[in-house]
Design a protein around this ligand. Structure first.
Ligand SMILES: [Zn+2]
Length: 390
């Protein structure tokens, strides 16, 4: 690939090749000057990314009139790092292919080969003690300070990982419109679920049926009491033994848990209001892609939290809808008819299963409407990119 340099050598290829053969790279004086203007990591990072992008495009060694010249970025400092210096790695890079393959177009390194070609894979590094940025071979600093190198590499990889997660979350932006539609169409179900929960709790409380402690474990039980004579020396006592038997599982019991959390409708409305700050368009996504790291991270966090919340709401709704499912209600009904049912409960279904009668017995019950919405399928509100949300 060395031929790719030929046109730059002008009219004296033979002589130039001889001079270039030394691998010597001329370092411009301005590159050696310290540019201590990067006082915070954030500022250094933004510049570091720009430097890496510049190098990926322009390479590292320029050939002018047969002289190999370091193509230094104006913000880098080309000087040897002090021994024991602290370091943070900002951005890895590989030289453009033609430069990477041609040894004499490879970069010199301020750590080790100060004035001759050394590497094709490098890293832009920040030295916080001096507030400068240097461009060095990827593993070069390990020789000066192995511990610092390892630490910087760990930090760098951790940041890369976070960066990937942020990018993955932001890719969901154009799909958020669909998520909002799904939430909107689930609001009806949420309202009906909130209402029937309030009605059921009211009926149970009004007729003093303590159902929750008996079914909270997810089982309908029967009880059998038996008496046993205990004979100990000199006296005889009787003990009553209660035996519980599980007769059927019952799902979604959390619906009647005595909790004071927000209603499903309020929880969903909160998500809608959070997501309404995001414009679900490709144009908006592209704008976000261009914004700075802090802005992107902030938005990614908003999306992640909203999706986590939606995932939890969806799980709770799917679970609790099962309690007012006809099959569940009929199972509870059969159980309530048993003499040995653990709870003293009256439950009937009327009007094509659209009305639930719930209470203690005949004449002591409430009529509760079972909305059609409760029979509808819940739209998935987290179908997109669920793997990124953990
Ligand atoms: Zn080096």
């Amino acid at each position: 690939m060395e031929e790719t340099d030929a046109p730059l050598l002008g009219g004296e290829p033979a002589a130039d090749d001889a001079r270039l053969g030394t691998n010597r790279v001329v370092i411009p004086e301005r590159a050696k000057l310290e540019k201590p203007k990067f006082e915070t990591f954030e500022i250094a990072l933004q510049t570091g990314k720009r430097i890496a992008a510049f190098i990926r495009k322009e390479g590292r060694v320029r050939i002018e009139a047969g002289v190999r010249l370091l193509n230094a970025h104006p913000d880098e400092t080309y000087s040897k790092p002090p021994a024991g210096a602290q370091v943070e790695y900002l951005q890895e890079f590989v030289l453009p292919e033609a430069h990477a393959k041609a040894r004499r177009r490879q970069s010199p390194c301020p750590c080790c080969q100060f004035q001759s070609s050394k590497f094709a894979r490098g890293i832009v590094a920040w030295f916080p003690d001096e507030c400068v940025i240097r461009v060095i071979g990827r593993d070069c600093f390990a020789r000066l300070s192995p511990e610092e190198h390892q630490k910087a590499l760990r930090n760098y990889h951790q940041r890369q990982k976070t960066e990937k997660q942020i990018a993955a979350l932001l890719r969901n932006i154009p799909l958020i419109g669909g998520v909002r539609d799904a939430i909107e169409s689930n609001l009806d179900i949420a309202r009906s679920l909130d209402r029937i929960r309030a009605d059921i709790l009211n009926a149970l409380s009004k007729h003093d049926v303590r159902l929750w402690p008996m079914i909270r474990q997810g089982w309908l039980n029967t009880v059998k009491e038996s008496r046993r004579n205990n004979v100990s020396p000199g006296r005889m006592t009787k003990t009553t033994i209660t035996t519980k038997t599980k007769v059927a599982p019952v799902r979604g019991t959390q619906l009647i848990a005595p909790k004071t959390s927000l209603t499903f409708e309020d929880r969903l409305q909160q998500c809608i209001s959070v997501l309404s700050t995001i414009e679900p368009t490709k144009e908006y996504y592209e704008k976000v892609e261009q914004s700075d790291d802090r802005e992107r991270a902030k938005l990614a966090r908003i999306i992640q939290n909203a999706f986590k919340t939606l995932k939890a709401i969806e799980k709770d709704m799917l679970d609790q809808l099962q309690f007012v499912d006809i099959i569940t209600l009929k199972t509870i009904r059969s159980w309530s008819l048993r003499e040995d049912a653990e709870a003293d409960l009256f439950l009937e279904l009327e009007d094509d299963d659209s009305v639930l009668l719930l209470g203690r017995g005949l004449g002591r019950y409430e009529r509760i409407r079972i909305d059609g919405a409760l029979r509808r399928r819940l739209e998935s509100m987290t179908g997109i990119s669920a793997k990124d949300i953990n």
